[in-house]
Design a protein around this ligand. Sequence first.
Ligand code: CP
Ligand code: NVA
Length: 304
Amino acid sequence: MKHLLKLLDCSTEDIIGILDLADQLKYEKKHNIPHRHLEGKSLGLIFQKSSTRTRVSFETGMYQLGGQAMFLSNRDLQIGRGEPVQDTARVLSRYLDGIMIRTFAQSEVEDLAQYGTIPIVNGLTDFCHPCQVLADLMTIREKFASFDGLRMCYIGDGNNMANSLIVGGLKVGMQVSIATPEGYRPAQQVLDFAQPNPNFFLSADPMEAAANADIVITDTWASMGQEDEKEIRKKAFQGYQINDELLAAAKPGCMVQHCLPAYREQEITTKVFEEHADEIFEEAENRLHAQKAVLVTLMGSKEA
Ligand code: CP
Ligand code: NVA
């Protein structure tokens, strides 16, 4: 693996390798076993959108790995004033050992990888959120020990999270069922990948999608950049909420995941959120471990 641009590029072995390493790094962190695999290395963090989890987990993750991270906000970089990404990539490749970028267009991330010479990690685009879904898969495997026979269900917007969950879920061998309103379907590129797979189910009916699910997942109805559509979306997504009625269709004791930030009483009720808070915040913690595994895989050697 040279980059993490989207899960569509990753093999099942790549994904499982990262999850295995993430489990090991989490164990080592909990037991204070040093794992300074990236001593002397620098990671640039380019943010063109807000972030709490991604920024803090990458910064502290690099520190724990013995390296350093540099927060590069769009407001300060020349990229924000129109310097081409191709030039930014060629310059930053001469200073840094890797770049994580959060931006709007997937093409910008792909361009960084094409023009730069160092590993590029996608920290969220409008198209996908691979780092989050690696953490989700890690959290799911921690609870169920294996992906075999699991049914993962996603209810809501066919957005970056839906796109990555479909690809990641199918690649590790889970059944993946999705319910989105018409007009808010996942990306065509993802549907083209998923639809030939008999483990993929797409529906407009949330109850049908949730039937027998082991894991139920949702995300905000209005992603970053869609603030103007909030009211229209609120109407379009009525009925696509994770609540007690929906969970009654899933397997008893099913897991609930949310990448956060969560909007209570919209995509998830306060009651369901709080009843599943331990799972949701474990998922948030696992961002740290999964991303450290990504960084070590791309930027370092596993030997400390
Ligand atoms: N889930 C996630 O990516 O959170 P942030 O937007 O806070 O980074
Ligand atoms: N779909 C959300 C995810 C936030 C982590 C967004 O893009 O804003």
